[in-house]
Design a protein around this ligand. Structure first.
Ligand SMILES: [Zn+2]
Ligand SMILES: [Zn+2]
Length: 522
């Protein structure tokens, strides 16, 4: 008999699942995208070769070359046909066609769409190619060593390809360009390239115990701070690249440059040109928006304007200005010609206004720079939005400084007037750290004159006294010689004096002649 009910089994899905497209090579994830420590494209090529256990040469000749439209013969062993034989291979990490081509080839091989972040391509329109990249490979030995010790991937930083980046952001030491073992310089990518190793002698480039890498030291703390500021600015730029809404474009930057130079530097162009060591004609070209400054000059300019490089390259000043529709705090103030360096909303402005008014009651009166630092704004921003309050802060601080200086100096001058032997005014200046008398004469004229007068009188008196003492000594010596039957000649007298050199002075000679005559010698 058949059972009354049939048992139901779960059904089988026989629909084919769509398999995502395979990439020819590993879909290797780049290191550090979205951080200042993103790897470089040339470094990525080397790491990909390592993952496939082949040399960069093999990877280039067999896989990359066909995609870059280069014909390679079987016997070819050099990668120069693909990467060029000149010393500009870092250009593959830059902003030009070489970088575009390699990104295209590597994206096709790995199926990745984020490889242009390993180059400076996103900034192509706003950063000049000239002087952007260094011609050789550079590295931080300590970074290499730390990665190896921590068992993380050793790689090459994009930041290390940029010419103006001289120091490591983490280890605060100069980047290396020369192998400590064979002392040779190297290309950014070559057939035998291995991350963390010398291209020439294949030795480890990290700083380890066996081979201490001697890096030239940075001369001063100020120099280090300057270099770190440069690296931080560049790092910030690289880090935000993946999150940019639109590609930074030439029009915005040339507007920014001309606005800042015309409005902010207006009267200061000579000062700026001296500081940056460039001629005014070049700055003129920037103003007209005809030329984008080179990276080094952009950094100097932004440092001078106290702005970050990122803000400078990505903020549309004209747009920021038209948005700035808040009523002006005081319509009677002198019309400001400077453009708003930063947009502030109405509430924020009111809060800052209250804070700045409170600052005016503080004692000791802080400087505007100090206030700006506390509020995390640039002094230029505060000055633009609160011109009269900032002016008052500056005046108060200047008065405070003058007053505190006076309070410090006055007792020193009073003490000097009682000191014995009386010191000269120059001596007092030296003690206070001034090179000459002008400051004290100008601001403390009365005590300064008193000190000078006292010193001169003492000098005059002590000179007279000294002279009398010397003459007496000469008379005594001459009489002594005469008593012992010797003629008191100049040679004999001089020999017996405590300080024979005094005999050179005219009054000593005159005294001796007088005493000789009175004793009956001619
Ligand atoms: Zn480092
Ligand atoms: Zn070497």
């Amino acid at each position: 008999m058949l059972p009354l009910t049939l048992k139901l089994y779960p059904s089988w899905d026989i629909q084919k699942t769509a398999i995502p497209q395979r990439s020819r090579l590993y879909h290797l994830e780049p290191i550090g995208v979205g951080t200042p420590y993103v790897e470089s494209l040339t470094g990525y090529v080397a790491r990909l070769a390592e993952q496939h256990c082949v040399t960069v040469r093999r990877l280039t000749l067999t896989e990359i070359a066909p995609l870059m439209g280069k014909e390679i013969k079987l016997q070819d062993e050099s990668i120069s046909k693909v990467f060029g034989s000149n010393r500009d291979r870092t250009a593959f990490n830059g902003t030009g066609l070489m970088a575009t081509n390699l990104v295209g080839a590597m994206s096709a091989l790995t199926g990745r769409s984020d490889l242009h972040f390993l180059t400076l391509l996103p900034w192509a329109q706003v950063i000049s190619k000239r002087g952007l990249l260094r011609r050789q490979r550079a590295w931080c030995p300590k970074c290499y060593q730390e990665w190896r010790d921590n068992d993380t991937s050793v790689y090459e930083l994009l930041l290390w390809s940029i010419n103006t980046a001289q120091v490591c952001q983490i280890h605060h030491q100069l980047l290396q360009e020369q192998c400590p073992h064979c002392h040779q310089r190297q290309l950014a990518i070559s057939g035998d390239f291995r991350t963390g190793h010398c291209n020439k002698c294949a030795k480890w480039l990290g700083s380890n115990r066996d081979k201490t890498v001697v890096t030239s030291l940075i001369k001063s703390e100020a120099e280090l701070r300057k270099q770190l500021n440069v690296v931080n600015n560049l790092g910030e730029l690289i880090a935000v690249t993946p999150t940019l809404n639109s590609t930074p474009n030439f029009t915005i930057v040339s507007n920014t440059i001309s606005t800042y130079i015309v409005e902010v530097l207006k009267s200061n162009i000579p000062a700026f040109s001296r500081l940056a060591g460039m001629n005014k004609a070049t700055i003129g070209l920037w103003c007209k928006g005809k030329v984008i400054p080179q990276i080094g000059n952009l950094l100097l300019l932004t440092c001078y304007l106290e702005m970050s490089l990122l803000d400078f390259l990505t903020t549309d000043v004209l747009l920021a200005d038209s948005k700035n529709t808040c009523p002006q705090p005081n319509l009677n103030v002198v019309k400001q010609t400077r453009k708003a360096p930063k947009h502030l909303n109405f509430q924020r402005k009111q809060v800052l206004n209250v804070v700045l008014i409170e600052v005016l009651l503080e004692y000791p009166a802080p400087s505007l720079e100090n206030v700006a630092l506390r509020l995390r704004y640039r002094p230029l921003v505060l000055q633009y939005h609160f011109p009269s309050l900032c002016e008052e802060i500056k005046v108060r601080h200047a008065e405070y400084r003058k007053e505190s200086k006076q309070q410090k100096i006055q007792p020193i001058l009073e003490a000097a007037l009682k000191e014995f032997p009386p010191p000269s005014l120059l001596e007092i200046n030296r003690r206070l750290g001034y090179k000459n008398n002008s400051y004290l004469y100008r601001y403390f004229s009365e005590p300064s004159r008193a000190i000078s007068k006292r010193y001169k009188e003492y000098q005059k008196a002590s000179g007279q006294e000294k002279r009398e003492r010397i003459c007496q000594e000469i008379i005594d010596t001459a009489q002594l010689l005469h008593k012992t039957g010797q003629k008191p000649t100049q040679a004999r007298v001089t020999k017996l004096l405590a300080k024979p050199s005094v005999m050179l002075s005219w009054y000593a000679k005159k005294t001796l002649r007088d005493i000789q005559r009175s004793l009956g010698y001619e």
